[in-house]
Every structure is written in structure tokens, then in C-alpha cells.
Write a protein of this length. Structure first.
Length: 75
């Protein structure tokens, strides 16, 4: 039961990190990790955001190579 809850929270954290990566890619806005004064927390935050970037890249690569997605003209 506890292990399932930990897995659920970890998955939620990865999804949040992936959404932040998508926002960063589409708008250019990203969290300012330099505002975190504690080096250990800053490193953890950068690693957390890096996981989201990796997952976002994998999803984007799958979409590009999929027959179910097509590129639309931007407005």
C-alpha cells in the first residue's frame, strides 16, 4: 500500500515535470533554478526538470514517427 502511494507520487512528479518541459519548449518560460540558494536543492530541481525534458523528448519523438500525428500549419 505504501509502495503504491510512493509510485503514484513519483509518477505525478514526472508528469508535472513533463508539463513544465512542454511549457518551456512552447513559450520559452522556465523556472529559475538560480533563485534556489541551497546547492543541493538546486541540483535536485535541475535533475527533476531534466527528467521532464527527457520524457518530453521521448514523447515528441514518438509523435513525429507516428502515423497518428501530422504537422499542422501554425496560425
Amino acid at each position: 500500500m505504501v509502495l503504491g502511494r510512493v509510485f503514484h507520487y513519483a509518477l505525478d512528479a514526472v508528469l508535472i515535470s513533463t508539463v513544465v518541459a512542454g511549457v518551456r519548449r512552447s513559450s520559452g518560460f522556465a523556472p529559475d533554478t538560480n533563485a534556489i540558494s541551497e546547492p543541493t536543492l538546486r541540483s535536485t530541481a535541475e535533475r527533476f526538470l531534466g527528467i521532464g525534458e527527457t520524457i518530453f523528448d521521448m514523447i515528441q519523438g514518438s509523435a513525429v514517427n507516428s502515423d497518428y500525428f501530422k504537422r499542422e500549419a501554425r496560425r
